[in-house]
Design a protein around this ligand. Structure first.
Ligand code: ZN
Length: 252
């Protein structure tokens, strides 16, 4: 049973209990507020697994880590690709369907260089989570279709835009058979301008089995990436492919 239905069930039980026990009406307000807070937390934090189970790390003691880049294909993607090539490591790129329309050559390059491409929705719009199940299905399939038309492979890995999950999205992902991928190191590279601070933030969070989230849309990310790769090497960490680390398929 989905978690949010359990929460609704619990709320109803509390309400019945409240009515029988003649609780003050103010308590009902408190119940509803708690419910909304739990729902909001569950939707906003992908690691909570509240609405949708997402793989956010690998359970391992081995010093391995997987790199992921969101929101491409973009103008910065080629800089990231060059850096990955120089260091001989593979990553996963969660790409946005509508961006592929004008950047098919970059998508092909990501694939040709041996990296994995995942689905990061077609629209990736701010109001993505207000869609109903049919609209989610249409959006996700459109993105996968763009990827398949360009590289000839259908992605299995899906990362929700902004990491936000809802019951409708959970139903869609289950129906379409995607594997949802989160992260346990959010670099905040789109917000933190100071590259040294950014590196420190990432460094502190590195653990065996980590999934690092970065973006191939920000100029200078490749410099921080090189610092991270150097740090990993010095500390005997191995950069591995995400799907292999999680023991799942990357394409259908
Ligand atoms: Zn995104």
């Amino acid at each position: 049973m989905p978690n949010h239905l359990k929460t609704i069930g619990l709320l109803i039980l509390l309400l019945i209990g409240g009515i029988i026990g003649h609780l003050h009406w103010g308590w009902f307000f408190v119940f509803v507020l708690c419910f909304l807070l739990v729902e909001f937390y569950g939707a906003a934090y992908i690691n909570s697994g509240y609405h949708l189970k997402a793989l956010c790390k690998a359970e391992t003691n081995e010093k391995v880590i997987a790199l992921t880049f969101d929101d491409g294909p973009d103008n910065q993607t080629e800089n990231i690709l060059a850096m990955l090539r120089q260091n001989d490591v593979k990553a996963t790129f969660f790409c946005i369907g509508h961006k592929i329309e004008t950047k098919q050559d970059i998508l092909r390059k990501i694939d040709k260089e041996g990296h994995t491409i995942g689905n990061h929705s077609y629209s990736h719009d701010f109001l993505f989570d207000l869609k109903n199940t049919n609209q989610f299905m249409e959006d996700l399939e459109m993105a996968s279709q763009k990827i398949e038309n360009t590289i000839g492979k259908k992605p299995v890995l899906f990362r929700p835009p902004y990491g936000v999950t809802t019951p409708g999205l959970a139903r869609t992902v289950k129906k379409l058979g995607y594997i949802t991928i989160g992260w346990n190191i959010r670099s905040l590279d789109t917000k933190i301008k100071d590259k040294q601070k950014l590196f420190e933030r990432i460094k502190k969070r590195i653990k065996p089995g980590s999934i690092l989230l970065m973006h191939d849309t920000i100029g200078g990310t490749e410099i921080v990436l090189q610092e991270v790769l150097d740090y990993l090497k010095t500390n005997n960490y191995k950069v591995v492919e995400l799907h292999k680390m999680l023991n799942v398929k990357n394409y259908a």
